[in-house]
Design a protein around this ligand. Sequence first.
Ligand SMILES: C[S@@+](CC[C@H](N)C(=O)[O-])C[C@H]1O[C@@H](n2cnc3c(N)ncnc32)[C@H](O)[C@@H]1O
Length: 266
Amino acid sequence: MNIQLPFRRDERPHGGQIFLVGAGPGDPDLLTVRALRLMQEAEVVVYDALVSDAVMELVCDTAEKIYVGKKSGNHALPQEDINDLLISLARQGKNVLRLKGGDPFIFGRGGEEVEALAAHGVPFQVIPGISAANGIACYAGIPLTHRQHAQSVLFATGHLCNGKLDLDWVALTRPHQTVVIYMGLGALPAICEKLMEHGLPPAHPIAVVQHGTTTEQRIVSSTLDTIAGLVTASALQTPSLILLGSVVPLHETLGWFAPETASAAG
Ligand SMILES: C[S@@+](CC[C@H](N)C(=O)[O-])C[C@H]1O[C@@H](n2cnc3c(N)ncnc32)[C@H](O)[C@@H]1O
């Protein structure tokens, strides 16, 4: 294989550049080859809370590591400050690995970050990562599409905006589709209520998956009318992903991943 190093010193653009890279959902074996190469060459790594410890262990020892993690309601660094930091590092001539959980362009604010870079003339590349939905679907044995069950997939955010849920309930309740809701753990009871109000039956299958693809993966699977109570009783933590649709019960036969025997280092 012809390995081209991303940071060849003789080919640097004037000033530095930013590599916006998806780190996947947690299992380091789900990194792309390109992500791993960049991690082994990076001078500076700017990373979020969702990037797993097992992934961070693969960053080269010499890299400066800057944590800008954001947790719901507790912003370590506001988005504008992260944008300014990246621009400033590039202007110092640094090649910067901006590492984000999952895929940078799926509920990752990666679009806003590269818009800021483009507006300031900072060169950048964007490297996709395996999003939580893809990783969890495979590790939990829940195919996102299936000829007998779902012909489309819808990704939505369950993040509360000013304490309110503002989702397209008509789209979310269409038949023959799988719905994946990111950032919906806190609003799970309200989400279930609204989906039933908009026509989904109480027996509609739903699963909540915590820390998918890692040794801490846990799945609670049930129906719309009972899932909120079960999730509370199980004390599931963030990050958790919600999946809905008739593909969900397939995990009872297709689930293969045994987190308790998986190695934390992959
Ligand atoms: C800000 S979004 C980032 C999504 C990310 N860019 C992606 O493509 O997966 C954070 C949400 O992603 C979901 N998530 C990310 N990683 C996860 C994991 N390993 N297990 C469960 N949910 C995860 C959770 O819903 C979490 O609240």
